[in-house]
Ligand binder design. Structure first.
Ligand code: AHG
Ligand code: MN
Ligand code: MN
Length: 334
């Protein structure tokens, strides 16, 4: 074999943790299996009739795609039986998912966005799965929403699978970030991108510019300065990308630097931002920080936020450290 499998990698990492029982290793393996099954289903697309709308809405009023629902079911089925989880929560489910009575319960909580970027499915652009693992509070056997509302800084593990030209899985256990590529011939994720580091400087930004008129002044200023290029205050040209799949966007930033913004805007005053704290912002912030980047709402570190609801939305600004710190500075008025 040419490279290290993700299973070998996780087992070796867990050997360094005294008292590790193997439950966590098993849990990550189950999540990895779910991502392989989702990857396989996504890649078959129209051949197996999985494209298009499911004809339903999720708790956030968004139309669900068939693959949103299928991916959610795959995550549940792969993870509910093994006795590692106390409960799950998903972007696509209104409430906490309790582990069915016939299965044993474990000490971890799993949160996920089963298919991120699902507006891209029908046009065959990259999508992904994002996940976050928390510890179930001590003494809790039947977790409720409040047991999930832990700051991102308490995450034990976070990762995403990217279903692109190749399927990749990027993982942090809190000791750096490692990337694995799915070898479809043997069905294993192989370590191909060890110890990923985000360059601290960048000339690339990502934002949905159609929302410009709704942005706050600090973000308007930042983007205006980027667009002014060599002739503006930054005295250098910037490039722009917007895939509309956060997974693909964050992956590009991990690979070559950049800054991603889905900032606070006034489009819908009832929403603080578009992206979800528990399923998107926290896991991606953990990965980005572990790779040497920065992640903030513009006013506070995302991973320090005390969540107030399972489906809470937050502004997200993340990526290359010097650029994100500049944007935070604009928000703080310096
Ligand atoms: P999801 O498909 O899970 O609802 O998430 C889509 C998110 C995120 O992936 C992406 O960055 C953003 O929504 C795109 O939003 P716009 O369509 O407003 O550009
Ligand atoms: Mn998403
Ligand atoms: Mn989603």
């Amino acid at each position: 074999m040419n490279g290290k499998t993700i299973t070998q990698f996780i087992i070796e990492q867990q050997r360094q943790v005294s008292g590790a029982s193997g439950a966590f290793t098993g849990l990550v393996n189950d999540v990895v299996l779910a991502c392989k099954i989702i990857s396989n289903t996504v890649s078959k697309g129209a051949l197996v009739g999985v494209l298009g709308s499911a004809g339903s809405e999720n708790v956030q009023g968004e139309t669900q795609k068939k693959l949103d629902v299928i991916s959610n079911d795959i995550m549940i089925q792969s993870n509910e039986w093994a006795g590692r989880l106390a409960a799950m929560a998903s972007e696509e489910m209104d409430d906490v998912y309790s582990i069915p009575a016939q299965y044993p319960r474990g000490k971890y909580l799993l949160l996920f966005d089963p298919l991120d970027g699902s507006s891209n499915i029908d046009v065959n652009v990259s999508v992904g799965t994002i996940f976050s693992i928390l510890r179930c509070p001590a003494g809790v056997t039947n977790p409720l929403v409040r047991d999930f509302l832990q700051p991102g800084a308490t995450q034990v593990c976070a990762g995403y699978a990217l279903y692109g030209p190749s399927t990749m899985l990027v993982l942090t256990l809190g000791r750096g970030v490692n990337g694995f590529t799915l070898d479809r011939d043997i069905g294993e994720f192989i370590l191909t991108h060890p110890d990923i580091q985000i360059p601290v400087d960048t000339e690339e930004f990502a934002i949905n510019a159609s929302n410009e008129r709704f942005w706050e002044q600090p973000v308007q200023r930042y983007v205006e300065e980027c667009l002014a290029g060599k002739d503006g205050p930054r005295a250098k040209n910037f490039n722009m990308r917007w895939i509309a799949s956060m997974v693909a966007e964050v992956h590009r930033i991990l690979m070559r630097g950049g800054v991603f913004l889905y900032p606070k805007d006034t489009k819908d005053p009832s929403k603080a931002g578009k992206l979800r704290l528990m399923y998107e912002a926290n896991p991606m912030s953990f990965i980005v920080e572990q790779a040497g980047g920065t992640s903030s709402t513009g006013r506070e570190r995302i991973m320090d936020m005390l969540p107030n609801a399972l489906h809470q939305r937050v502004p997200v600004i993340l990526g290359s450290r010097n650029e994100v710190e500049r944007i935070i500075g604009y928000h703080m008025g310096s």
